[in-house]
Design a protein around this ligand. Structure first.
Ligand code: KG4
Ligand code: ZN
Length: 340
């Protein structure tokens, strides 16, 4: 089969987004995501509710992805699915569905590592998106993960730094919760931050290994700071929300940039690609753009729809693996703690 008529369906269900996408020759023909609103009222993802919502969403989401791509399921060449890491109950829905569909259609099944997919999303052909050159450094920042990875080839990746506790998205979301903002608070912190003074308040940057991260202390310091101020002025939060968010965002972005600078120094690699939901943050986007002129880095920021959890990134990995006939066995199982 030539690349031209190779159509791969990607399916993602590792956390709280049920997603399906179709790829053909590096181009995304459809990219459908059903985001589960049910978790908002709980201030975080409830695993049992997530698996149930995946079960409800998966058939219509896949149907819509095929429809938008304007192809029939019988034209599919293979099915790529997220095997892990993620929430077990969520992963099971996508895994079982993909296995059954591939078996029913008599086509190969391709297992995908969600973390590799966030990185390989940079190889999707899209306007304004240039694929990075090997070797490059990938920083994956989201609600579930925070890692710096040295990428030598498509499937040759080495984690050189990671969080020892919370993920950076959790630092945004948990701090936002303390400020009374709804879940997920990251985008709101970003919105308020753009109106505030980043130097108004000072938060500590946790000390760990040069390329590792720690965020649980930051959340605690935000809590103590807010409690102390509110005790003196009950309206402290509403009167200072912009400055608090700007200062918090400044601290987090500066911390991420410190770690990247250390990784560049250690590896000598100046080409940087970011991924994960926090890549949408205006602070990190500006800091990376600035680093191009300031430090001579070449930076890659994916289109927003390929940053957050999506199935297009699963489909591109499927296509890359399809080229080398790297297929999964039919008895493949989901893996909550899947490593590279
Ligand atoms: O990749 P993603 O959709 O899901 C996973 O966690 O895997 O990332 C979601 C995370 C949430 O923590 C959300 O608050 C954060 O990304 N996020 C942001 C922004 N947009 C999304 N954090 C800071 N600023 C943003 N603009
Ligand atoms: Zn993710």
């Amino acid at each position: 089969m030539t690349q031209k008529n190779c159509y791969i369906l990607g399916i993602e269900s590792s956390c709280d987004d049920t997603a399906a996408a179709v790829i053909n020759n590096g181009e995304i023909l459809s990219n459908v995501v059903a985001t589960q609103a049910i978790h908002e009222q709980y201030g975080g993802v409830v695993p049992e509710l997530a698996s149930r919502a995946h079960q409800q969403n998966i058939v219509p989401v896949v149907h819509q992805a095929l429809q938008k791509a304007n192809i029939d399921k019988n034209q599919l060449s293979a099915i790529a699915f997220t095997r892990g890491p993620g929430l077990m109950g969520s992963l099971l829905v996508g895994t079982s569905f993909s296995k059954s569909l591939a078996l029913g259609l008599g086509i190969p099944l391709i297992d995908v590592n969600h973390m590799q997919a966030h990185i390989l999303a940079h190889f999707i052909k899209a306007e304004g998106q240039n694929a990075p050159n090997f070797p490059f450094l990938a920083m994956t920042i989201s609600g579930g993960h925070t890692q710096i990875v040295k990428v030598t080839d498509y499937f040759e990746m080495e984690i050189i730094g990671q969080t020892i506790d919370d993920a950076v998205g959790e630092a945004f979301d948990k701090s936002a919760k303390i400020l009374g903002l709804p879940y997920p608070g990251g985008p709101l912190v970003d919105k308020y931050a753009q109106q505030g003074n980043p130097k108004a308040f000072k938060f500590p940057k946790p000390k760990v290994g040069p390329m590792d991260f720690s965020f649980s202390g930051l959340k605690t310091s935000v809590l103590y700071f807010v409690e102390k101020e509110v005790a003196q002025n009950p309206d402290f939060i509403s009167e200072n929300i912009e400055d608090i968010c700007a200062s918090l965002q400044f601290t987090i972005v500066d911390y991420l940039m410190d770690k990247l600078k250390n990784a560049v120094k250690k590896t000598g690699i100046k080409e940087i690609a970011i991924g994960g939901g926090v890549s949408a943050n205006s602070g990190i986007r500006n800091a990376l753009k600035e680093a191009e002129t300031k430090y001579g880095w070449k930076t890659h920021i994916p289109k927003f729809e390929f940053c957050t959890d999506n199935a297009a990134m699963i489909a591109i990995v499927g296509e890359l693996k399809y080229k080398t006939q790297n297929f999964a066995e039919n008895n493949v199982v989901a893996s909550a703690r899947m490593k590279f």
